[in-house]
Design a protein around this ligand. Sequence first.
Ligand code: ADP
Ligand code: MG
Length: 203
Amino acid sequence: MLIELKDVNKTYQGAQPLHVLKGIDLTIGKGEFVSIMGASGSGKSTLLNILGILDNYDSGEYRINGNLIWNLSETKAAEYRNKMIGFIFQSYNLTPDLTVRENIEMTAELVQEPLSTDTLIEELGLKKYETHFPKELSGGQQQRVAIARAMVKKPDILLCDELTGALDTKSSKDVLQRVQKMNDTYKTTVVIITHNLNIAGMA
Ligand code: ADP
Ligand code: MG
């Protein structure tokens, strides 16, 4: 199994400890398109951050391809993130002083056999904007760059946190269709957080 969570728990410490993830069991196979739904504050981002090895859990087991993801060194965690995981945040997180093409190429340099930047620019409808800077793009266009930037590493797993949360319906649909195409073309496993029923329906 590509992703396997067994009885995963996570509590945020503080004046009032908050037990956010309570015994999560979840298995996701290669090539699946999965959506995680839940009310605001229910722990969706917490779960996704654990899947993306951006945060730790307290107990239970998280395995990728059978390998236990627990207490990894920063080097090892970065290696997993670079080679296996693409992360798309609601807030695009593009580098403002790099062009569209440069934003994608910067990430391509992290791996030995990246996908072709040209192909992704084409597939994500960014040809006209490749020399533009992020601030010159609409939200939907920026999100498409974020998809290209995550995909160029040819990740096994693409994690999307409310990637259409800030977009209008039309742009949301376009962005989602692009993600679906990535799932289709590259057999990338997609995990998408949403509180939108229509999006969940695509998964
Ligand atoms: P969702 O993404 O479903 O809206 P989150 O995973 O972001 O939910 O948050 C779940 C709960 O944990 C919320 O009550 C939130 O306030 C709390 N929380 C999230 N991150 C932290 C943190 N770093 N420290 C303490 N509490 C947090
Ligand atoms: Mg969230």
